[in-house]
Design a protein around this ligand. Sequence first.
Ligand code: CO
Ligand code: ZN
Length: 330
Amino acid sequence: MKSLIQTLTQTPGPSGYEQEIRKVIREAVTPLSKSIQVDALGSLIVRVGEKKPGGLRVMVAAHMDEIGVIVSHVEKKGFVRFSNLGSILPRYLAGGRVRFLNGVRGVINHDRSEELARIPGVEKYFIDVGATSDKDCPVKVGDVAVFDREFLDMGKRVSSKAMDDRVACAVLIETMRNIKTTPNELVFVFSTQEEVQSRGAQTAAYAIEADLGIAVDVTPSGDILGVNMQVYLGQGPAIKVRDVGMIADPKVVKWMADTAKKNQIPCQMEVLDVGSTDARTMQLARSGMLAGALSIPCRYVHSPSELVDMDDITQSVKLLTALLSERIQL
Ligand code: CO
Ligand code: ZN
């Protein structure tokens, strides 16, 4: 599982440019499904099982895109200005490194400012790719990059860029491997462009017309100081109750909590004040869908060093497997 997470997090796939990560995921799921499709927005749609009497069609989504940056202009001196692809947080930028899809690497810093205590906006940052002028700059306007940060194995806990949401992609793949029988028609979607308002899940949800939608994504862990949230690393998957974009269906929340209890899987309840997931998009697809989400606790979300606990991953796979393997009564 660790090596799968390492491969998935280290493969670049900024929003809108998911071709490389899609290839890696496609290889992993090919032995597990007879029906694999890619839609116009690039989401990978993988079907497992058929709908038997009493079964439901369930869409399970994890996004394969990660946050990144896109070149907006190149200064005469060769410094590269950029804009964000998804929610890039300026406080995590200075001193960091990025890797462009063409392989070029660079270091990030920002303009000199008299107010050193204030964190500047993204527009004040630049990437130094080693160019001496705009003439010899190896990247151009429109080129995209992701954080360049190696996978760090700390034993029980691991850290990398793009844990959001590759760790959930790994959970989906492992769940597919685990499911032996199911009365449900399961449609696993590795969605694109979640970090730019969940656009991949929107078209996928429209096409799939599921009875129930479940997103698997990370959620900020509340166990670092100054966070007002009761979701902690190492205490199991969090069942989403609400975030800024959705109120999970209470029937879905209860079903998830009951299933966890029945199978003795530790879990927590999530009430989140920032952000949302593909579950919001599924809930609002067509004329609406029953929806909920499982969240993997993660420290330092949207930084180059996101950190998760391996136990939470194992328990998430167990819970998702249990949820999808049985007849779902809501
Ligand atoms: Co995110
Ligand atoms: Zn995410």
